[in-house]
Design a binder for this molecule. Structure first.
Ligand code: AMP
Length: 304
């Protein structure tokens, strides 16, 4: 079993009400790999960085047993850079700057040894690049999950809709679901999005949890009420990593198992937000994950 992860590996500059960081290591694929590494020991990464990206950060992924053979390092070019500022409620953020840099000319190459992946996680990235990866895969994976954001909807909605035709699960936030569907009600939005290709839809609602839809059912997972939230960056990607990681680990893609998987997604997101950047995800253990899952179970269990 293996997971093929595609997405950005980046430098981020983040500002929250609790502090500010200069360039730190981030990127959708970085968070996905770190998160899913707790569930799977065969994670294959396809992405791109510039010459300015530190070798130590690549080593950090390798230490988590991520195969970085598909990570291109572009000589003389700069790594993708994103900066964002969170509002006081920590749920909303503004993108201050997005420098595509190496992403502008990125031609993904899926190494032959990654072709057998049963699980494909198309993390947040240019939709045309996500599609190019889909087109390179010779054997359709058991499950294809795609994550995206408003930035790409604003620029390349048609490319995104093309990519969506081939995916099984789409993960987006509530505002993105509204933008994609042109519906305000999330139930109506989900119905419409489920006619665009995906069979399942996950709508992330930050500190208000997440919804999992199929054509006839909806299921909910809350976010854990945390005493300290320092930096929500990467929460969505950590969620996706926990979700696909758990599905791969259990080798079960039924809707019932997806319900369990979104709990593991929320567990991973709850750790991610407790420190700046990737710091927390690199410092937790399996024991921490098990303990937090129990907190989630306690949170939602009722006797009646
Ligand atoms: P999340 O908070 O889960 O939405 O993901 C935050 C991560 O997404 C950051 O580490 C950024 O580097 C990365 N990111 C920000 N904007 C984009 C974009 N337009 N495409 C791909 N990744 C992005």
């Amino acid at each position: 079993m293996s997971i093929l992860v595609v997405g950005t590996v980046a430098f981020d500059a983040i500002e929250t009400p609790f502090g500010k960081t200069d360039k730190i290591i981030g990127g959708a694929a970085t968070y996905i790999c770190l998160s899913s590494s707790f569930f799977s020991n065969k994670i294959n990464l396809v992405s791109v960085v510039g010459e300015d990206f530190p070798k130590t950060a690549i080593q950090l992924l390798k230490n988590k047993k991520v195969n970085t053979k598909g990570l291109q390092i572009k000589k003389g070019e700069k790594t993708f850079f994103w900066s964002g500022k969170y509002h006081n409620n920590m749920n909303n953020r503004d993108t201050i700057e997005t420098q595509l840099n190496v992403l502008e000319t990125f031609e993904p190459i899926v190494p032959a040894e990654f072709q057998e992946a049963e699980f494909l996680m198309l993390g947040n990235l240019m939709p045309s690049v996500q599609k190019k990866v889909l087109d390179q895969i010779t054997k359709r994976p058991k499950l294809i999950v795609l994550d995206t954001m408003n930035f790409w909807m604003d620029l390349f909605m048609e490319d995104l809709k093309r990519a969506l035709k081939d995916v099984d699960v789409l993960t987006i936030n509530d505002e993105e679901a509204r933008q994609l569907s042109e519906e305000y009600s999330l139930v109506k939005a989900a119905k419409k999005i489920l006619t665009m290709g995906p069979k399942y839809l996950i709508i992330k609602k930050g500190e208000h949890g997440a919804l999992l839809f199929n054509k006839s059912e909806v299921f909910f997972v809350p976010a854990l009420p945390l005493e300290e939230v320092f930096d929500p960056t990467g929460a969505g990607d950590s969620f996706a990593g926990g979700f696909i990681g758990y599905l791969e680990q259990t080798n079960d893609i039924s809707f019932e198992n997806m319900k369990r998987a979104i709990y593991f997604g929320s567990v991973m997101a709850s750790f991610c937000v407790e420190k700046f950047g990737t710091e927390k995800l690199t410092n937790i253990t399996q024991k921490d994950i098990d303990k937090r899952l129990q907190e989630f179970i306690k949170l939602v269990k009722i006797e009646y």
